[in-house]
Design a protein around this ligand. Structure first.
Ligand code: FUL
Length: 485
């Protein structure tokens, strides 16, 4: 081979080596365990949905029916479940969980296992089935349907004995066989003890841990509906946030160790709010709150419906802290979502749409302090590309880092939305949002966990550049999204 060819070969090999080095696929970070299941990921993406509390309580003005209510009291005069669902959908809520049976034991469907149901009420001459009607309306409007079936039943004579557990399971079978798919099953842990219990009128104590034999029940339901998400105080799929006021803790880990919740120690409610940084299971928090003081409609609470501004605060302290929001909207005695609640929901939706209208960061140039293996796959622009499947990541040993975004010109910044790529686990422990001022970066806001979503409210501030500083993380950060409004 002459010298010219040798030289050409050398150049070619060299170029190939450089090309290969630049395009070598860098392996993604190892997951930080535990990670969410597919059904949990789908649930995270729903972000917010409605709770609907409706039963004899609506007509007797109670919150917890004693169980002795006559079926005849259930008599909505202008029932329109399509109005419920359309209102809920228009508010931006992605599903509806219906109280098919509350603690009073009255069933909104004609269960073949009890006479205490709609079939003995005046509603549609005893031919109505509210569960079926609501489910069909949800399907027609394209929102998801979920089931609440109170384990505590103050009507049943056999509550507290094994035959009641069989009754409860039979009802779950009735519901899950007739209504597929069900996205969420809400198991309520409440039990006040006393009740009608078929005329016994007494206090009954059950051991909440053993009486219901939950593992058998959950297995049975899971076999009928593999994708269902189980809510209970402690999971297994999603956990209670520890309060009914509309917030989860600012530090909100999706991870928690279930055993720590059964220890009977004080501080459980606080723990439910924060989760545990090193929890052994992925059990994210759901924030349950009512648009009214009570869970059921009471005319005397008409003036106490939460304002759009209050609902927006709730949105920020639930969805904005990485939890999901289940907002209760109880129909009135006509069987309609009251005009006052409808107006509050419309105002709330307008606030959300107004504040989060234009993402100023979308497709803007983003520069990171470093990115994983210098591979474009993990470059900072992945946080502004609008694709939730791509993310900025650093090398394994780097647990801090910055991403700087150039907005091109001064813009008013009111909110920053952050998301971690939670398929690889929740990582970030603390962060700051900074803007340049007098030649230095200054903090606009500080936060702790991010998780599925974190909405940071800033005092409306003008800046043409902004940076995210990850100040601590369990492992290298993986940030999939950064939006600026
Ligand atoms: C509680 C119940 O006691 C309330 O009535 C309501 O259903 C709420 C969502 O859960 O535990």
């Amino acid at each position: 081979m002459n010298l010219k060819f040798r030289f050409a070969g050398f150049v070619l090999l060299g170029s190939l080596a450089i090309f290969a080095a630049c395009h070598k696929s860098v392996p993604p970070p190892a997951p930080v365990l535990p990670v969410p299941t597919d059904r949990q990921l789908a649930w995270h993406e729903m972000e917010q949905y409605a709770f609907v509390h409706f039963t004899t309580n609506t007509f007797t003005d109670k919150e917890w029916g004693y169980g002795d209510e006559k079926e005849s009291v259930f008599n909505p005069t202008a029932m329109d479940v399509t109005q419920w669902v359309k209102t809920i959908k228009a508010a931006g809520l992605k599903g509806l969980v219906l109280t098919c049976k509350h603690h009073d034991g009255f069933c909104l469907w004609p269960s073949k296992y009890t006479e205490h149901s709609v079939k003995n009420s005046p509603y549609k001459g005893g031919k109505g089935n509210v569960v079926d009607e609501v489910e069909k309306a949800c399907r027609a409007e394209g929102i998801k349907f979920g089931v609440y079936l109170s384990p505590w039943d103050r009507n049943r004579a056999d509550y507290g004995t094994p035959s009641y557990v069989e009754y409860y399971r039979n009802q779950l079978k009735e519901l899950f066989e007739a209504h597929k798919p069900v996205f969420e099953m809400w198991f309520d842990g409440a039990n006040g003890g006393d009740g009608y219990y078929g005329g016994a009128n007494e206090k009954r104590k059950i051991d909440g841990k053993t009486y219901y034999d939950w593992p058998t029940t959950l297995k049975m339901v899971r076999e009928m509906e593999p994708a269902v998400i189980f809510f209970s105080d402690a999971g297994p799929d999603i956990r209670w946030c520890g309060n009914e006021s509309g917030y989860v803790s600012e530090t909100n880990w999706n991870t928690i160790t279930p055993d720590t919740l059964y220890a009977g120690k004080s501080g459980i409610q606080e723990l439910l709010g924060t989760g545990s940084e090193n929890g052994t299971s992925w059990i994210p928090a759901e924030v349950d709150v009512s648009i009214r003081p009570g869970w059921f409609y009471h005319a005397k609470e008409d003036s106490l419906v939460k304002t759009p501004e209050k609902l927006f605060d709730i949105y920020l302290s639930s969805v904005g802290r990485g939890a999901n929001l289940i907002l209760n909207i109880p129909p009135d005695r006509r069987g309609l979502i009251n005009e006052i609640d409808v107006a509050a929901l419309q105002g709330w939706k307008q606030l959300i749409d107004g504040y989060f209208k234009t993402n100023l960061a979308l497709n803007k140039l983003a520069v990171a302090s470093s990115f994983r293996g210098n591979s474009e796959e993990y470059n900072a622009v992945k946080v502004t590309d609008g694709d939730k499947e791509t993310y900025w990541a650093t090398n394994d040993e780097e647990k801090t880092g910055t991403v700087e975004i150039d907005l091109g010109r001064p813009q008013l910044i009111s909110f920053v939305v952050l998301q971690e790529y939670i398929k690889l686990g929740q990582r970030v422990k603390s962060f700051r949002i900074e803007i340049p001022k007098d030649g230095k970066w200054v903090a606009l806001a500080k936060g702790t966990t991010i998780g599925y979503k974190r909405i940071v409210k800033t005092f409306p501030t003008e800046a043409s550049k902004i940076r995210l500083v990850i100040t601590d993380s369990k492992a290298c950060p993986t940030i999939s999204n950064l939006e600026i409004y």
